[in-house]
Design a protein around this ligand. Structure first.
Ligand code: C5P
Length: 230
Protein backbone atom coordinates (compact mmCIF):
# COMPACT_ATOMS: atom_id res chain seq x y z
CA UNK A 1 0.00 0.00 0.00
CA UNK A 2 1.31 3.45 -0.86
CA UNK A 3 2.07 5.47 2.25
CA UNK A 4 0.74 9.00 2.68
CA UNK A 5 3.20 11.69 3.71
CA UNK A 6 2.16 14.35 6.21
CA UNK A 7 1.21 17.52 4.27
CA UNK A 8 1.77 19.53 7.47
CA UNK A 9 5.11 17.89 8.25
CA UNK A 10 8.20 20.09 8.57
CA UNK A 11 10.80 17.57 7.39
CA UNK A 12 12.30 16.71 4.00
CA UNK A 13 14.48 13.61 3.70
CA UNK A 14 17.11 13.47 0.94
CA UNK A 15 18.47 10.10 -0.19
CA UNK A 16 21.51 10.30 -2.50
CA UNK A 17 21.39 7.12 -4.59
CA UNK A 18 23.00 8.31 -7.80
CA UNK A 19 26.13 6.20 -7.64
CA UNK A 20 27.22 4.60 -10.92
CA UNK A 21 25.18 1.69 -12.25
CA UNK A 22 22.01 1.93 -10.22
CA UNK A 23 20.67 -1.39 -11.48
CA UNK A 24 19.34 -4.54 -9.96
CA UNK A 25 21.24 -7.79 -10.23
CA UNK A 26 24.77 -8.97 -9.58
CA UNK A 27 27.20 -6.16 -8.92
CA UNK A 28 24.31 -3.84 -8.08
CA UNK A 29 25.28 -0.80 -6.05
CA UNK A 30 24.40 -0.71 -2.37
CA UNK A 31 21.08 1.07 -2.73
CA UNK A 32 19.59 -1.64 -4.93
CA UNK A 33 21.04 -4.72 -3.31
CA UNK A 34 18.21 -7.08 -2.46
CA UNK A 35 17.16 -7.71 1.11
CA UNK A 36 14.34 -10.23 1.48
CA UNK A 37 13.55 -9.81 -2.24
CA UNK A 38 13.35 -6.02 -2.21
CA UNK A 39 16.02 -3.37 -2.90
CA UNK A 40 17.53 -1.65 0.14
CA UNK A 41 16.20 1.66 -1.22
CA UNK A 42 12.63 0.33 -1.00
CA UNK A 43 13.11 -0.77 2.62
CA UNK A 44 14.65 2.60 3.45
CA UNK A 45 11.91 4.68 1.80
CA UNK A 46 9.18 2.62 3.49
CA UNK A 47 10.62 3.53 6.91
CA UNK A 48 11.19 7.18 6.00
CA UNK A 49 7.57 7.45 4.86
CA UNK A 50 6.43 5.98 8.18
CA UNK A 51 7.99 8.86 10.14
CA UNK A 52 5.08 11.20 10.99
CA UNK A 53 6.97 14.51 10.47
CA UNK A 54 8.08 13.75 6.93
CA UNK A 55 6.42 15.89 4.25
CA UNK A 56 8.81 15.29 1.35
CA UNK A 57 11.21 12.54 0.24
CA UNK A 58 13.74 13.40 -2.49
CA UNK A 59 15.81 10.67 -4.15
CA UNK A 60 18.86 11.61 -6.26
CA UNK A 61 19.18 8.94 -8.96
CA UNK A 62 21.33 8.55 -12.07
CA UNK A 63 19.90 10.67 -14.92
CA UNK A 64 19.23 7.56 -17.03
CA UNK A 65 17.31 5.81 -14.25
CA UNK A 66 14.80 8.42 -13.13
CA UNK A 67 11.77 6.58 -14.52
CA UNK A 68 12.98 3.22 -13.21
CA UNK A 69 13.45 4.63 -9.70
CA UNK A 70 10.04 6.32 -9.83
CA UNK A 71 8.42 3.03 -10.88
CA UNK A 72 10.25 1.16 -8.12
CA UNK A 73 9.14 3.55 -5.38
CA UNK A 74 5.69 4.48 -6.67
CA UNK A 75 3.96 1.62 -4.80
CA UNK A 76 5.82 2.49 -1.58
CA UNK A 77 5.40 6.25 -1.07
CA UNK A 78 5.15 9.51 -3.02
CA UNK A 79 8.73 10.55 -3.76
CA UNK A 80 10.42 13.26 -5.82
CA UNK A 81 13.19 11.83 -8.00
CA UNK A 82 15.90 14.16 -9.32
CA UNK A 83 19.03 13.54 -11.36
CA UNK A 84 22.15 13.28 -9.19
CA UNK A 85 25.54 14.83 -9.85
CA UNK A 86 29.07 13.57 -10.42
CA UNK A 87 29.85 13.25 -6.69
CA UNK A 88 27.68 12.34 -3.73
CA UNK A 89 27.89 15.92 -2.45
CA UNK A 90 26.53 17.26 -5.75
CA UNK A 91 23.72 14.69 -5.66
CA UNK A 92 22.76 15.96 -2.19
CA UNK A 93 22.91 19.57 -3.43
CA UNK A 94 20.60 18.74 -6.35
CA UNK A 95 18.14 16.94 -4.07
CA UNK A 96 18.28 19.90 -1.68
CA UNK A 97 17.36 22.25 -4.54
CA UNK A 98 14.05 20.37 -4.84
CA UNK A 99 13.05 21.21 -1.24
CA UNK A 100 10.70 24.22 -0.94
CA UNK A 101 11.78 26.99 1.42
CA UNK A 102 8.79 26.36 3.68
CA UNK A 103 10.22 23.06 4.93
CA UNK A 104 12.36 23.95 7.94
CA UNK A 105 14.23 20.69 8.56
CA UNK A 106 16.26 18.65 6.08
CA UNK A 107 17.61 15.17 6.80
CA UNK A 108 20.17 13.39 4.63
CA UNK A 109 19.89 9.62 4.76
CA UNK A 110 21.80 6.67 3.37
CA UNK A 111 19.74 4.04 1.51
CA UNK A 112 22.13 1.35 2.73
CA UNK A 113 20.85 2.02 6.27
CA UNK A 114 17.67 0.36 5.10
CA UNK A 115 16.32 -0.76 8.49
CA UNK A 116 16.61 2.63 10.18
CA UNK A 117 13.51 2.90 12.36
CA UNK A 118 11.07 5.80 11.85
CA UNK A 119 11.67 6.64 15.54
CA UNK A 120 15.31 7.55 14.81
CA UNK A 121 14.22 9.78 11.91
CA UNK A 122 11.80 11.48 14.31
CA UNK A 123 14.36 11.88 17.12
CA UNK A 124 16.93 13.52 14.81
CA UNK A 125 14.23 15.83 13.41
CA UNK A 126 13.00 16.64 16.93
CA UNK A 127 16.50 17.66 18.04
CA UNK A 128 16.74 20.10 15.10
CA UNK A 129 13.20 21.34 15.80
CA UNK A 130 14.29 21.91 19.39
CA UNK A 131 16.88 24.46 18.26
CA UNK A 132 20.04 22.59 17.22
CA UNK A 133 21.38 23.59 13.77
CA UNK A 134 22.95 20.21 12.94
CA UNK A 135 22.41 16.78 14.51
CA UNK A 136 23.99 13.38 13.87
CA UNK A 137 22.95 10.01 15.34
CA UNK A 138 25.90 8.14 16.84
CA UNK A 139 26.87 4.98 18.68
CA UNK A 140 29.75 4.56 21.12
CA UNK A 141 32.89 2.76 19.96
CA UNK A 142 33.00 -0.59 21.75
CA UNK A 143 36.28 -1.98 20.39
CA UNK A 144 39.73 -0.84 21.43
CA UNK A 145 41.14 1.43 18.73
CA UNK A 146 44.85 1.65 17.87
CA UNK A 147 46.67 4.13 15.70
CA UNK A 148 49.19 2.32 13.51
CA UNK A 149 52.12 3.43 11.38
CA UNK A 150 54.12 1.89 8.55
CA UNK A 151 54.62 -1.88 8.87
CA UNK A 152 51.47 -2.17 11.05
CA UNK A 153 53.46 -0.98 14.06
CA UNK A 154 51.23 0.37 16.80
CA UNK A 155 51.86 4.03 17.53
CA UNK A 156 49.36 4.35 20.33
CA UNK A 157 45.97 3.56 21.80
CA UNK A 158 43.23 6.04 20.99
CA UNK A 159 40.91 7.08 23.81
CA UNK A 160 37.69 5.51 22.56
CA UNK A 161 35.60 7.43 25.09
CA UNK A 162 36.02 10.45 22.79
CA UNK A 163 35.07 8.56 19.61
CA UNK A 164 31.66 7.92 18.02
CA UNK A 165 30.39 5.81 15.13
CA UNK A 166 28.30 8.11 12.94
CA UNK A 167 25.06 7.01 11.29
CA UNK A 168 22.33 8.66 9.26
CA UNK A 169 19.88 10.37 8.99
CA UNK A 170 21.91 13.51 9.63
CA UNK A 171 19.58 16.41 10.37
CA UNK A 172 19.97 20.11 9.63
CA UNK A 173 18.13 23.36 9.72
CA UNK A 174 17.28 23.92 6.06
CA UNK A 175 19.15 27.24 5.85
CA UNK A 176 22.24 25.77 7.55
CA UNK A 177 22.55 22.88 5.06
CA UNK A 178 21.84 25.17 2.11
CA UNK A 179 24.55 27.62 3.23
CA UNK A 180 27.08 24.79 3.76
CA UNK A 181 26.43 23.43 0.27
CA UNK A 182 26.59 26.89 -1.26
CA UNK A 183 30.01 27.36 0.38
CA UNK A 184 31.02 24.06 -1.26
CA UNK A 185 34.53 22.77 -0.70
CA UNK A 186 36.13 19.39 -1.15
CA UNK A 187 33.91 16.33 -1.41
CA UNK A 188 33.36 14.81 2.03
CA UNK A 189 31.75 11.53 2.99
CA UNK A 190 29.05 13.17 5.08
CA UNK A 191 27.05 16.35 5.18
CA UNK A 192 27.80 17.12 8.80
CA UNK A 193 31.44 17.47 7.69
CA UNK A 194 30.45 20.29 5.34
CA UNK A 195 28.51 22.02 8.10
CA UNK A 196 31.44 21.61 10.53
CA UNK A 197 33.72 23.26 7.97
CA UNK A 198 31.27 26.14 7.83
CA UNK A 199 31.85 26.59 11.58
CA UNK A 200 28.43 25.39 12.69
CA UNK A 201 28.15 23.30 15.86
CA UNK A 202 27.13 19.68 15.20
CA UNK A 203 25.48 17.78 18.08
CA UNK A 204 25.36 14.00 18.59
CA UNK A 205 22.17 12.20 19.61
CA UNK A 206 21.79 8.46 20.33
CA UNK A 207 21.73 6.33 17.18
CA UNK A 208 20.23 2.89 16.72
CA UNK A 209 21.77 -0.55 16.13
CA UNK A 210 19.04 -0.97 13.50
CA UNK A 211 20.48 1.94 11.51
CA UNK A 212 23.53 -0.15 10.58
CA UNK A 213 24.93 0.20 7.08
CA UNK A 214 24.06 -2.94 5.11
CA UNK A 215 27.03 -3.46 2.83
CA UNK A 216 28.88 -6.69 3.66
CA UNK A 217 27.42 -10.23 3.27
CA UNK A 218 27.29 -10.56 7.08
CA UNK A 219 25.19 -7.38 7.30
CA UNK A 220 22.66 -8.88 4.86
CA UNK A 221 22.37 -12.02 6.99
CA UNK A 222 21.84 -9.92 10.13
CA UNK A 223 19.34 -7.69 8.35
CA UNK A 224 17.32 -10.68 7.05
CA UNK A 225 17.20 -12.02 10.60
CA UNK A 226 16.14 -8.62 11.99
CA UNK A 227 13.26 -8.45 9.50
CA UNK A 228 11.92 -11.66 11.05
CA UNK A 229 11.92 -10.27 14.60
CA UNK A 230 8.26 -9.61 15.43
O1 C5P B 1 30.05 5.41 -3.64
P1 C5P B 1 29.75 5.84 -2.23
O2 C5P B 1 29.74 4.71 -1.26
O3 C5P B 1 30.53 7.03 -1.77
O4 C5P B 1 28.24 6.34 -2.30
C1 C5P B 1 27.55 6.70 -1.16
C2 C5P B 1 26.13 7.04 -1.56
O5 C5P B 1 26.13 8.22 -2.35
C3 C5P B 1 25.48 5.94 -2.41
O6 C5P B 1 24.15 5.74 -1.98
C4 C5P B 1 25.52 6.50 -3.80
O7 C5P B 1 24.43 6.06 -4.61
C5 C5P B 1 25.44 7.98 -3.55
N1 C5P B 1 26.04 8.75 -4.64
C6 C5P B 1 25.29 9.74 -5.28
N2 C5P B 1 25.83 10.44 -6.33
C7 C5P B 1 27.08 10.18 -6.76
C8 C5P B 1 27.87 9.20 -6.11
C9 C5P B 1 27.32 8.49 -5.03
O8 C5P B 1 24.14 9.97 -4.92
N3 C5P B 1 27.54 10.86 -7.80
Amino acid sequence: MTAQLNPRGDVAVLVPAAGAGLRLGPGAPKALRLLDGEPLLVHAVRRIAAAPSVRLIVIAAPAAELDAVRALLDPIAPVTVVAGGAERQQSVAKALAAVPGGIAIVLVHDAARALTPPELIESVAAAVRGGLPAVIPVLPVVDTVKEVGPGEIVLGTVDRAALRIVQTPQGFRHDVLAAAHAAGGDALTDDAGLVEKAGVEVTCVPGSELAMKITRPLDLILAEALLRVP
